[in-house]
Design a protein. Structure first.
Length: 433
């Protein structure tokens, strides 16, 4: 059991890593450990964590000496797949890849290997990109993941390949036998002029406390097109930090849709570097919250080169005593002339006890750009509600219909039919309870 001291938390983590053999702590892991020793567990005193004190979550009786123990009870994951979807499934139980539960069809256009194999074989795309775009020298949880990693999946989509079957990463936190700690780490590489879709689905089972620190590094080469979906529906006892780190080369296209509907405390970090001309990036987010759920979405888009564009739309619906946080940053570097960048955050509060903290930001060093940002927060439209009730629709049903319409602007960006239907059903169930 951990005490209230953040230094005690840190020491428990460091001690757990040091207990591993020196052979396991070479290279980037050793460097991350050194960085971890100088970094502090962030608290609400840190500006970037002002409204999300994860330090409190780490005091929930986690035993950090047990990092890596899976407590696995599952023998089948069929009930967590998408109905009718023909896809490759990469299954992780408490952060550990399960080859037995995964379904990965052989495709010469998609190279799949675990991190140890990729390192041993000296795969250039892995060597050149693993932990190169995430900064473990500045972020505590990134350093933690990098120091601890000993398992993960590297996926490389071949140049010019068009992959029809989505790549589904199914992350299951199983706390039926006790508190769990999971640190899944994956690297996905889209080759030049390739086209593929990735789905990340996070779910949890069991009533004990769960802590997830997940990092996905995404590299999108020249002219490639990547569609990414991140779905989060975990238990109220789940504490989740998810980082998606994206690096784009010239003329590439990337879209990501993040849907969060449940959890204890959820922090999503989405960082993108647009390192080339002609890049097109779209970011969509939807958080539908109730109870005491707390969701913090942090995004950062770095326009490093000219003639690129990014578009961002995040929407939130807060009910009960839930809390939403949105902090979006757009950076336009001095050389990134002719940049178009747009950012919008829109929120609806359904109860007097719900809260939203929103902070859209622009930092522009170029003078020939088109950039805008904005945020709105309000309550449900009473006139629209009255109109629907006047047509014989009950008040609760009318509210649900208005919120479904509000959410649809984000949901319609999901281009995989089976995934979209899954999300629509979750939203329908939440709003009609």
């Amino acid at each position: 059991m951990l005490t209230d001291s953040k230094e005690t938390i840190k020491e428990a983590l460091l001690s757990s890593i040091r207990n591993q053999t020196s052979e396991q702590l070479t290279g980037v892991r050793s460097e991350a450990l050194s960085a971890l020793e100088t970094l502090d567990v962030p608290t609400s005193r840190n500006e970037e964590w002002k409204y999300t004190d994860f330090n409190k979550a780490l005091k929930k009786n986690f035993d950090f000496s047990q990092v890596g123990n899976t407590h696995q009870t599952l023998t089948s994951v069929d009930q967590y797949k998408f109905d009718g979807l023909d896809a490759d499934y990469f299954v992780f139980i408490n952060g550990k890849f399960s080859n037995e539960l995964s379904i990965i069809k052989s495709d010469p256009k998609v190279q799949v290997s675990n991190f140890k194999e990729a390192e041993k074989q000296g795969i250039s795309a892995f060597k050149e990109n693993f932990s190169k775009h995430t900064d473990y020298n500045k972020d505590f949880f990134t350093a933690l993941s990098t120091a601890f990693y000993d398992d993960g999946i590297f996926v490389k989509v071949a140049d010019n390949a068009v992959i029809e079957r989505p790549l589904v990463f199914l992350f299951i936190s199983d706390s039926t036998k006790g508190n769990t700690i999971a640190q899944p780490r994956n690297l996905i590489h889209f080759g030049k002029s390739s086209d593929a879709s990735v789905v990340e689905k996070f779910i949890s089972i069991g009533d004990n406390t769960q802590f997830t620190n997940a990092i996905s590094e995404v590299v999108i080469r020249e002219n490639a097109s990547a569609k990414y979906y991140k779905l989060q529906s975990e238990n109220p006892t789940a504490y989740h930090i998810g980082t998606t780190q994206v690096y784009q080369e010239k003329n590439s296209h990337f879209s990501i849709t993040t849907i969060t509907t449940n959890g204890g405390i959820v922090r999503n970090n989405l960082n993108l570097k647009l390192d080339g001309e002609g890049i097109d990036t779209h970011m969509y987010g939807l958080y539908l919250l109730d109870g005491n759920t707390h969701v913090d979405n942090h995004t950062a888009v770095d326009h490093a080169k000219p003639h690129s564009q990014s578009n961002e739309l995040y929407k939130g619906v807060m009910n009960g005593k839930s809390t939403g946080v949105f902090n979006g940053k757009i950076f336009v570097r001095q050389d990134a002339q002719k940049t178009n960048a747009f950012q919008s955050n829109r929120n609806v509060l359904l109860s007097d006890d719900a809260s939203i903290y929103t902070k859209p930001q622009l930092e522009i060093w170029a003078d020939d750009v088109k950039c805008s940002h904005g945020a709105t927060t309000g309550q449900i439209d009473e006139e629209a509600l009255f109109y629907l009730q006047s047509r014989g629709i009950s008040k609760d049903t009318a509210k649900a219909l208005l919120m479904i319409a509000f959410a649809s602007e984000v949901v319609r960006e999901i281009k995989i039919k089976e995934v979209k239907e899954y999300v629509e059903q979750i939203i329908h169930n939440m709003l009609h309870d």
